[in-house]
Design a protein around this ligand. Structure first.
Ligand SMILES: O=C([O-])CC(=O)C(=O)O
Ligand SMILES: [Mg+2]
Length: 223
């Protein structure tokens, strides 16, 4: 494969770049988990090994009994930068992806109560199912798209990015002040309410309006 082909942004998940996640960016979700509404974005990271694509299962880590789905709009960075002003932020976007922020909620609760980082709850293998790449033109306003998620054909999450506390341009600017953004990075913008547990053999389906859909099965890790 030529260098050019291996660096096609439409396969950004193969690039080994950062996944920066925003938490508590929807008031209705912050409330359902009894968290305060944040005054500044809450951030955490997933490694690129967290990616999983349609056709491969989401694996439940052996150490959790409460794996939750969180459907989120992902923003794919096309042009890197540091200290990007909000007014220029959208110039740094190559496109979008529909993502799940799979979360071991029992482990996260334990980490929260002990004041420990969320890594075990958020960053494990297959914790970031991702759709195909959505070119920027297909979502003219990332602050106005609807997201949904079904488990075994039952609607669990349905929200609109207009409910986000911090907008996409604000997040790009805020993050880039202290983490240099690079081409191929992905920002997960937080989940609306309706998160719930998934079990082995469940079928997850999610979509952004009529722009993209994706489906995944859930399996148990076997070692
Ligand atoms: O609920 C959490 O674990 C925080 C988070 O990732 C979100 O709000 O999307
Ligand atoms: Mg999340």
């Amino acid at each position: 494969m030529s260098l050019q082909a291996s660096r096609n942004i439409s396969r950004f998940w193969e690039w080994g770049r950062k996944i920066i996640c925003v938490g508590r960016n929807y008031a209705d979700h912050a409330k359902e988990l009894k968290n305060a509404i944040p005054k500044e974005p809450v951030l955490f990271l997933k490694p690129p090994t967290a990616y999983v694509r349609e056709g491969s299962p989401i694996l439940v880590p052996l150490y959790t009994t409460n794996l939750h789905h969180e459907v989120e709009l992902g923003v794919v960075i096309g042009k890197g930068g540091t200290a990007i002003p909000q007014s220029a932020a959208m110039e740094h976007v190559a496109g979008y992806a529909l993502c799940l922020d799979m979360t071991a909620r029992d482990i996260q609760d334990e980490c929260k109560s002990k004041g420990l980082p969320w890594t075990m709850a958020k960053a494990f293998n297959t914790s970031c199912p991702v759709s195909e790449f959505i070119p920027k033109e297909r979502i003219p306003d990332p602050g106005k798209v609807s997201l949904w998620l079904k488990v075994n054909d039952q609607l669990r999450q349905s929200g609109c990015t207009s409910q986000m506390i911090f907008s996409v341009p604000y997040l790009i600017s805020y993050i880039s002040d202290f983490i240099t953004l690079e081409e191929g990075d992905l920002i997960l913008t937080g989940t609306p309410k309706g998160v719930s547990a998934v079990q082995e053999h469940d079928e997850l389906q999610a979509g952004i309006e009529d722009i993209v859909t994706m489906s995944f099965t859930v399996d148990r890790q076997d070692h």
